[in-house]
Design a protein around this ligand. Structure first.
Ligand code: C5P
Length: 298
């Protein structure tokens, strides 16, 4: 089975507080885009779970979230204690003959675009169709939460409010379809390190999440774009924040309705209601360095 794993954007991202379990409570509006990895899953008769990707530096073992997702899927029916299985346990499971997962990467890695989470979610959605047992989407999203905080959203996709660790989801009216220009600067950011840092940063500004939801309800793309904001931008080291701001400025000067950073970054993106302006922004950013993409919302 071939399945798409779409990238996600954070239209708004707010970190509320640190929880006793070490995670943070979040409030963020998520949005899927057409930019996607392509996964294919096929049974093999080796009794093994094998992962291969088009990028040599990505793990092909249990460290790959796609493999984690398959493990949690098969475990969900077999064992009482979720989240404890490893690949050896899978080999001795009667319901498992062997599985190959191949991942063609298009979403930039460590970019704030949820590439790994989306690959994991795509594996769960594919297995939900390939296997005899059918789980409803909420159950699949629940299995995804064992793999990572953004996986449940990636199972469902579209426009949604994510709260709690990221796994408490409320579907929202869809963002009016628009063009998106994304630019991932040449550096990467450690998600756990930025989460740690945000606890000691005085946030200058918070997103108007409620206002953005009202704009979605009114079908007002400009109203949403104007309210896009991500508190992690304030926690970036100075040079990285300056680079993200430079990208946002190019996007706005090229006619973006709004621009922000996605997730823990460093990808910055802009929303456009006009294809020509989006293409102009893409061309300007291409001279700017980093990886640049033109895509559309889903
Ligand atoms: O859930 P996931 O494995 O994707 O999270 C990666 C890391 O990001 C966690 O180990 C934690 O440090 C941080 N995190 C957090 N609060 C969240 C989500 C992630 O502190 N809501």
């Amino acid at each position: 089975m071939e399945v798409l794993a779409r990238a996600k954007l954070n239209l708004t991202l707010d970190v509320l507080d640190r929880r006793p379990d070490g995670y943070h409570n979040m409030r963020m509006i998520m949005q899927s885009v057409e930019l996607a990895d392509v996964l294919s899953l096929s049974y093999n008769d080796t009794g093994e779970l094998r992962v291969c990707t088009s990028l040599h530096f990505l793990p092909n073992n249990e460290k790959n979230l796609a493999a984690q997702a398959a493990l949690r899927w098969y475990e969900s029916d077999t064992v009482q204690e979720p989240g404890r299985w490893d690949i050896e346990d899978l080999k001795s499971s009667p319901g498992f003959g062997g599985l190959d997962i191949s991942i063609e990467k298009h979403i930039p890695v460590c970019a704030g675009l949820g590439g790994g989470s989306s690959d994991a979610a795509a594996v769960l959605r594919a297995l939900n169709q390939m296997e005899d047992r059918y789980h409803d989407p909420d159950t699949v999203a629940g299995i995804g939460a064992l793999v990572g905080s953004d996986v449940p959203y990636c199972v469902i996709g579209g426009t949604a409010l994510a709260e709690g660790r990221g796994e408490v989801l409320t579907p929202l009216p869809p963002l009016p379809k628009c063009w998106v220009v994304l630019c991932k600067p040449e550096f990467s950011i450690s998600t756990p390190a930025l989460f740690n840092k945000i606890d000691s940063v005085r946030l200058r500004c918070r997103p108007d999440t409620q206002g953005a939801i009202a704009a979605l309800e009114a079908g007002d793309l400009t109203g949403v774009a104007r309210r896009m904001y991500n508190v992690f931008e304030d926690a970036l080291p100075d040079r990285q924040r300056a680079r993200v701001n430079d990208i946002k400025n190019v996007l706005i000067q090229s006619g973006a309705l709004g621009a922000s950073m996605s997730g823990t970054g460093p990808t910055a993106f802009g929303l456009f209601d006009d294809e020509e302006r989006a293409r102009e922004a893409q061309a300007r950013l291409a001279d700017f360095g980093g990886e640049v993409f033109l895509t559309r919302t889903v």
